[in-house]
Write a protein that binds this ligand. Sequence first.
Ligand SMILES: Nc1ncnc2c1ncn2[C@@H]1O[C@H](COP(=O)(O)OP(=O)(O)O)[C@@H](O)[C@H]1O
Ligand SMILES: [Mg+2]
Length: 372
Amino acid sequence: MSKVIYPGQTIGIIGGGQLGRMMALAAKEAGFRVAVLDPAMDSPCGQVADIRIVAGYEDQEALAELAEVSDVITYEFENIDYAGLKKVMEYAYVPQGAELIRITQDRRIEKTEIEKAGVPVAPFTIVETVEDLHRGIEQLGYPVILKTARGGYDGKGQLKLTSEEDLHEAQKIVESVPCVLEKIIPFTTEISTIIHRNAAGESYILPIAENIHVNHILHQSIVPARVTNAIEKKAELAAKAIAEHLDLIGTLAVEMFVVEEDLIINELAPRPHNSGHYSIEACNVSQFHQHIRAICGWPLRKPRLWESSVMVNLLGQHVVPATNQLAKHPEWSLHLYGKHEAKENRKMGHITIMTDDMERTLFELEETTIWS
Ligand SMILES: Nc1ncnc2c1ncn2[C@@H]1O[C@H](COP(=O)(O)OP(=O)(O)O)[C@@H](O)[C@H]1O
Ligand SMILES: [Mg+2]
């Protein structure tokens, strides 16, 4: 069943965005070949891959072609075609399986599975009709947040409801797609735990990141998260419990809310995560290296943080101002993903800074005015 994949063999990645690109770069370091399936010829991952298959993610023929040239198949995002992946599993080696995709594609299933793992999520109800919506609000009370069950990211597909005035807009969403309705959590901090697990059941957690969002998009990850040891321990136990419950192979990012001394799980991502990019420089094993090790049946490395670090995202509007200040900042590790069009709020790259004085570094970042 489980296999060891060796250098010289080919890793096939479904999805050619920045996560695929950074996976590919990690894989290529160890001499793997990389094939990528993406609708764009010049995708971020396509630029560094050995083989490009240019087609939609649900294109069965293209998936078969990817499988043909690959010794192992992985994916860089969860919104791929579940049925298509199941089909690929009939003739290709997909160690992560399709179950993780089925679960994390749909918030209704995801939340239910997290609860089954014995860890708390925000109080929620499933909303498939307008009646469900009214019942849900009655049950949870304002303020609540309505999220489409499928396809949301970076706050897209979400609506905050603070009073009856927001009902009309919420109804319009509910009439078109299934949703979940969640209680708004007055969190003190948001953190994320990235856990890797291989087929042998070996698992490790990366140092926990504290995440600061701006307009629902991740802005900064500060590592280690500024939380108590007790919270750190709880976060690790929660991530482990979920990973075991889901029989994880590969990578799972677990986003969490810290509320005083309690933890609430927000959502899962079955892949490397934006909040783990810091690990490329700041750890002895990056989330991408560890992912490749996990899917290739290699032993995992015990993560170690070399130094505290902060990662800050470069969205479309930040690229030019950041580039203009590069010469002044030898401490910046700059990553750009090779996307041509710097659209507003599009994730174009990131900067990681390792530091022994976090408060000062955060202050200096603010002083650049790039992100203000
Ligand atoms: N129940 C909630 N209470 C408070 N804030 C929330 C809640 N759900 C989401 N948020 C805020 O919105 C952000 C994005 O929501 P999330 O569910 O993670 O969706 P996405 O898929 O867009 O990342 C979260 O990181 C958090 O800041
Ligand atoms: Mg999120």
